[in-house]
Design a protein around this ligand. Structure first.
Ligand SMILES: CC(C)(COP(=O)(O)OP(=O)(O)OC[C@H]1O[C@@H](n2cnc3c(N)ncnc32)[C@H](O)[C@@H]1OP(=O)(O)O)[C@@H](O)C(=O)NCCC(=O)NCCS
Length: 157
C-alpha cells in the first residue's frame, strides 16, 4: 500500500508478463464485475502486436496503466486507463495519455477514439482535459444496459 501523501514520480515503460497480475488486480479494484476485464483480456493485449500496455511505475510500485490498441493505419483506441485510487489526481493519468499520444503520432495515426460510461463523469472530464470530445452516444454499450460516450481526439503532428 502507498501513502496518499507520498510524492510519486513515475517513469513510463511497456508492460511485461510479470505485470499482468498487478494490473489485473488494480482493474478489479476500480471496476465492478461485469464491467472490468478478465485476466485473459489483459493477456491478449500484452501479446497482441496491435496493442501496447504502458505502465507508470516508481520503485517497483505500479501507479497506473493504459492499454492502447491500433485499429487501422489512421486510428487507435484507448482500451482502458487505470490509476491506483491513492494516487489519483496527481497527473499520472495525464502522463500515461501523453505517452500514448506520442506512440500514436510516431505510428502515423491521425485519431484516437475511446468509449466511456455515461455514468463515469469524472473520467469524461479527465478525457476532455486531454483534448477528447464527444462524437456520439452509444446506447446500451455496456452489457446492453449502460450507455457510453464515444470520444475522439485528432492528433496533430
Ligand atoms: C480517470 C483517471 C484515469 C484519471 O487519472 P488521474 O491520474 O487521476 O488524472 P490526472 O491527475 O492526470 O488529471 C488530469 C486532469 O484531469 C482532471 N481529472 C482527473 N480526474 C478527474 C475527475 N474524476 N473529475 C474531474 N476532473 C478530473 C484533473 O483535475 C486534471 O486536470 P488539470 O489538467 O486541469 O489539472 C483515474 O481517475 C482513474 O483511474 N479512474 C478510475 C478508472 C477509470 O474510470 N478509468 C477510465 C475508464 S474509461
Amino acid at each position: 500500500m502507498i501513502s496518499k501523501t507520498k510524492v510519486f514520480k513515475p517513469s513510463i515503460r511497456k508492460a511485461g508478463f510479470g505485470d499482468l497480475s498487478a494490473i489485473h488486480s488494480l482493474d478489479q479494484r476500480l471496476f465492478p464485475p461485469g464491467v472490468r476485464f478478465d485476466f485473459e483480456t489483459f493477456y491478449f493485449h500484452l501479446v497482441d502486436p496491435a496493442s501496447t500496455i504502458l505502465i507508470a511505475e516508481e520503485k517497483d510500485f505500479i501507479g497506473g496503466f493504459v492499454i492502447f490498441e491500433r485499429l487501422s493505419s489512421k486510428a487507435g483506441s484507448i482500451v482502458t486507463i487505470d490509476v491506483t485510487p491513492e494516487l489519483q489526481g496527481r497527473g499520472i493519468g495525464a502522463k500515461l495519455m501523453g505517452a500514448v499520444s506520442k506512440i500514436a503520432r510516431h505510428s502515423g495515426l491521425r485519431w484516437i477514439i475511446l468509449q466511456v460510461s455515461c455514468e463515469n463523469l469524472g473520467a469524461k472530464e479527465f478525457y476532455e482535459k486531454q483534448g477528447y470530445a464527444v462524437t456520439r452516444l452509444l446506447k446500451g454499450y455496456y452489457q446492453g444496459r449502460e450507455d457510453a460516450w464515444e470520444m475522439k481526439r485528432k492528433l496533430v503532428n
